[in-house]
Design a protein around this ligand. Structure first.
Ligand code: URP
Ligand code: ZN
Ligand code: ZN
Ligand code: ZN
Length: 472
């Protein structure tokens, strides 16, 4: 027959449309959509199911080299397996430069970590921690030509942060080469001062992580990132925006015509600072930066997802095991809050949580869900329209959802290699029951079919969204 696979009678949604029709796949791509199309070698009856573009998780950390003694729990196999089982078909983790290290060497090392392991397709962001002349003039332009067209820079963490002058240099390079810059906006010196004060007062428990990084430190750094972006005249993406005061800065920038994109994550909708615990150590499971805030900030994030303030919704999956001397208990000890590795798992639960609490509860439309979780991340980082939509010619990266399936999230049913989920016991409605990566079933209602190594490295194009605004 003409087609490898035909999906019949599904409710197909993109960022723009919803259509009930058949969809045909050949050689890993979508080749036809319509009514009563011809037979496939394989067929899926999707009556009552929703057929969506696979998720693009454009912010996750997999097998990222860590400081001595720490280790990320997920590599490219367990991380992409977990993503696939949660309806995601593309991940974008980070090739991170260590200070003093060549960025090219960091990328080569990261290719080796990925090779033969990924279940779904992947692209790399870069993390620039040491923007030397060689990095700016030679390495970055070459890496951009090779398809690493986005990089993250940090305003905090001693081993990662850039000063304002270095940030300006990186932004100027991004402008001239057409790359997208992601900024982690928290004021490092404010955090340092507050941390010392808390420790001096004997406040060492995980919950003080939140007290050491109040909204003000994120607000100030967000404002500064916006000003530097305006100075250089290049768009930026502010990553993992956690609440009202950062949102206000971004709304202000937009009102001035400055092109600022914004990302948020599940932890800012579904966790609060209270999840960092009372006096016990369990709260270490929810230590991430910026920290989760409170209910009124959660509402501001929901509003921003619905009204266009947010461009993308990512997991920021940063996996550390709880009962692990290389994880949340370094050397097997319950350490003071500044020494708890930052980050929480979320690759597999990102889409079901937003689907259930957003789409099914009427807070966002189905089209908005697709836009935030798949279409916009693909556009923002130069993967569109190969990824991020359902269209003729696009890769057949598809998640088939049962919008009524009730699932109580338990870590034992997830496919990452972390020993906990922050969402344990939470019941959601709607789950991706099948996931297709370039036309091949990688997840089929409880069965992992994806094989290590079937995912490919995706060179990213220069994103249109990184271009400076045309004025006048
Ligand atoms: O706490 C977090 N988010 N850890 C991951 C690294 C980052 O800053 O995104
Ligand atoms: Zn390679
Ligand atoms: Zn960050
Ligand atoms: Zn991150």
């Amino acid at each position: 027959s003409e087609f490898d696979l035909v999906i019949r009678n599904g409710r197909i949604a993109t960022a723009a449309d919803i259509t009930e029709c058949d969809l045909a796949i050949r050689d890993g791509r979508i080749v036809a959509m319509g009514e009563n199309i011809g037979a496939g070698k394989q067929e899926i009856d999707a009556r009552g199911l929703w057929v969506l573009p696979g998720g693009v998780d454009a912010h996750c950390h997999l097998d990222q080299p860590m400081p001595e003694g720490l280790r990320m729990a997920d590599d490219f196999y367990t991380g992409t397996r977990s993503a696939a089982c949660g309806g995601t078909t593309t991940v974008m983790p980070f090739a991170a430069q260590e200070k003093g290290q060549s960025l090219k060497a960091a990328v080569e090392d990261y290719h080796r970590r990925a090779e033969g392991k990924a279940v779904i397709d992947y692209a790399f962001h870069l993390i620039v921690t040491d923007p030397t002349e060689t990095v700016l003039k030679e390495e970055l332009p070459e890496l951009i030509r090779q398809g690493c067209t986005s990089f993250k820079i940090y305003m905090t963490y001693d081993d990662l942060k850039l000063n304002d002058g270095e940030i300006i240099d990186v932004l100027a390079l991004a402008r001239s080469e057409g790359a997208m810059v992601m900024i982690h906006a928290e004021n490092a010196d404010c955090i340092g001062w507050l941390t010392k004060r808390l420790l001096d007062a004997g406040h060492t428990a995980p919950k003080y992580h939140a007290a050491s990084r109040p909204m003000l430190v994120e607000r100030e750094a967000t404002h500064r990132a916006i000003a530097l972006s305006e100075l250089v005249d290049v768009p930026i993406l502010v990553v993992h925006v956690s609440g009202a005061e950062a949102v206000e800065q971004i709304r202000w920038a937009r009102s001035k015509g400055i092109s600022i994109y914004a990302e948020t994550c599940p932890q800012y909708l579904f966790l609060t600072a209270e999840d960092l615990g009372l006096d016990g150590y369990e709260g270490a499971k929810c230590v991430c930066s910026p920290p989760p805030r409170d209910q009124s900030n959660q509402q501001v994030i929901w509003d921003g997802l619905d009204d266009g303030l947010f461009t993308i919704f990512s997991s920021d999956h940063a996996p550390f095991r709880y009962e692990d001397p290389q994880g949340k208990k370094p050397n097997g000890e319950e350490v003071d809050f500044p020494y708890i590795p930052n980050g929480i798992p979320g690759l597999e639960t990102r889409l079901p949580l937003l689907f259930s609490e957003g789409v099914n509860k009427g807070r966002i439309s189905l089209n908005k869900f697709v836009e935030l979780t798949s279409t916009n991340p693909a556009k923002l980082y130069g993967l569109y329209p190969r990824k991020g939509t359902i269209a003729i010619g696009a890769d057949a990266d598809i998640a088939i959802w049962d919008p009524k399936r009730e699932v109580t999230i338990r870590n034992e049913m997830l496919h990452h290699d972390v020993d906990y989920t922050p969402y344990e016991g939470r019941t959601v409605t709607g789950w991706p029951i099948m996931t297709l990566s370039r036309g091949e079933l990688v997840w089929n209602d409880g069965d992992v079919l994806g094989r290590a190594g079937q995912g490919c490295f995706l060179p990213c194009g220069k994103p249109d969204m990184a271009k400076p605004k045309v004025r006048g």
